[in-house]
Ligand binder design. Sequence first.
Ligand code: BTN
Length: 313
Amino acid sequence: MRIWHSINNNRYKEIGVTRQQVWEWIEKLRLLGVEIRGVPREGYQLVTIPDILAPSLLHAELGDHPFGRHIVHYFRIESTNAVALKLAGEGAEHGTVVLAEEQTAGRGRLGRAWYSEKSSGIYTSIILRPPLAPSAAPVLTLMAGLAAQKAVSATTGLSVDIRWPNDLLVNGKKVCGILTEMSAEVDRLHAVVLGIGMNVNHIRMPVELENSATSLRMEAHRAVSRLQVFVALLRELEHYYQLLLKKGSSAITERWAAASTFAHGKRVCVATAAGVALATTTGLDPTGALNVQYDDGRQESLVAGEVVEMKSL
Ligand code: BTN
């Protein structure tokens, strides 16, 4: 959609600013990616507003919502998780949201990098201060995956699966990953950082990812509003967080198991520090561990590692 506005000599007088002031503002907006055209004898025309996850737009949508009351927005940062962990160490309040349009060193699970193309995805870290023991951290991670799944399916209409522990898949390819980091004592969580990376409006994925990853736009065949998805994500997070505090971890694990095809009877290849083996999933336990039955008869409750679906030939 194109929006046209112009500012001319009468307008300068009306709002009491000089041409020089307006020119300086225009230059600042252009640096932020706003497309503004200078029109001789007319003034300026605002051509397009970029899809920026600006705190002012988010606040307008969220009102006094606990998640997002305090939003820190960057155009370019190494990693929102690194910033959020630092802010948490400095006392940032529960619900603080760190957002970036682009990450230069986005972190993924298992020491991997997270591809963070400028203004195409949602790159965010949310600081939680749950009154829970460190053993609850895996359920907080599942909770984030569940909230992200609900937000994406409600805003796009896509059918979204969750691969344990918390990758979102659309048509078998990853659209969202979550990296949970925390600071804790033996019996108390100081802060949990939920780092969420979502591929939203990528037109294509880099060659090395194209077999395993996709974007919401590529699957929905239309541009998707990052603002809408993000607002829905924060609302769902608040909903499931309150559910966890009120009803306990089984309220989350039961809902997770109902929302994921990976919970029961899925043929998977399991990769852990001990190696790689074929197995079938047999449910989640209340701590969030994934139960598997290996083909050699052994059973295990996975607390770390990853599973990949084995497609039958
Ligand atoms: C995964 O490997 O699946 C987890 C990816 C998590 C990426 C997000 S992007 C926002 C936040 N900041 C980071 O550096 N990582 C997480």
